[in-house]
Design a protein around this ligand. Structure first.
Ligand SMILES: Nc1ncnc2c1ncn2[C@@H]1O[C@H](COP(=O)(O)OP(=O)(O)OP(=O)(O)O)[C@@H](O)[C@H]1O
Ligand SMILES: [Mg+2]
Length: 253
């Protein structure tokens, strides 16, 4: 906590640069990103393929070291934390859903979900509730290779939520879901945010998903191109138009 006693922001990214490779093939995946996300906010990160969305999400949780700039999560500068402190911090405070689901193939769906919270009280009831809420209760004893892509995605989401994280970060969490399941997940994320006060940032390409957020941040070539608030009526067509305007405005300039 800062000395002033003010509550630190859940996420604060300052002038972050991340490059991959060297010489002529070098890619500036993040090119001076500044970004603040406030407590209880639901943010959607959009942008073309390769614009840096996944790299940004990984940098936000210290899974990718940045070349310069600072990533602060709940006021902590991740670059100052040891690997073990960072791992513990992530486990206690952050729920992460990767673009690739990263489920452990030898474990059942249920055991995959329990893994990050193995010693928690009330774990069985919590896991039971999550599997029912996500519509995969009948699949809980299956291993990942016996699950569809959408079912695996929902297992990964249950795993991210099992330890009641204050911050939930998800990379295209609806990418493998049909539209009914996708909308249901969006409603769940919104409840987690608006009812429970969690802070949520998701990467998505879909206006029907982004429309549930409070704010859209648009990335282009590793930079924040623009951002705009999502109108309260949650209208996907309006959001799609605002997003297109953001992208076209950039190409015109
Ligand atoms: N490990 C890596 N090594 C080299 N280049 C990388 C690596 N990871 C990402 N990149 C490059 O950095 C840029 C940003 O990649 P990133 O995965 O963040 O994009 P994205 O916006 O998530 O794209 P998508 O929508 O396709 O998932 C791309 O040009 C990508 O090729
Ligand atoms: Mg990505």
């Amino acid at each position: 906590m800062p000395a002033s006693g003010t509550v630190p922001l859940p996420l604060e990214i300052t002038a972050v640069v991340k490059t991959f490779g060297k010489g002529p093939t070098q890619v500036r995946a993040l090119d001076g990103i500044d970004l603040k996300i406030t407590a209880g906010e639901f943010v959607a990160i959009m942008g073309a393929s390769g614009s840096g969305k996944s790299t940004l999400l990984h940098a936000m949780v210290g899974l990718t070291d940045v070349d310069s700039g600072a990533v602060r999560v709940e006021g902590k500068d991740l670059s100052t934390m040891s690997d073990s402190a960072l791992t513990r911090f992530r486990r206690e405070r952050i729920g992460l859903v990767f673009q690739a689901f990263n489920l452990i193939p030898v474990l059942t769906a249920e055991d995959n979900v329990k893994l990050p919270a193995i010693r928690r009280d009330g774990l069985d009831a919590k896991v039971d509730h999550l599997f029912r809420r996500l519509g995969i209760h009948d699949r809980r004893h299956h291993k990942p290779d016996a699950l569809s892509g959408g079912e695996q995605q929902r297992v990964a989401i249950a795993r991210a939520l099992v330890a009641d994280p204050a911050i939930v970060l998800a990379d295209e969490p609806t990418g493998s879901l049909n539209s009914v399941n996708g909308q249901d997940l969006c409603r769940l994320l919104r409840e987690l945010c608006k009812d429970d006060g969690r802070t949520i940032a998701i990467v998505t390409h879909e206006p029907t998903v982004a429309m549930w957020a409070d704010r859209v941040i648009v990335l282009k070539d590793g930079k924040v191109l623009t951002e705009f608030p999502v109108p309260a009526e949650h209208d996907p067509e309006r959001l799609a138009r605002d997003y297109q305007h953001a992208l076209l405005g950039a190409s015109a300039s």
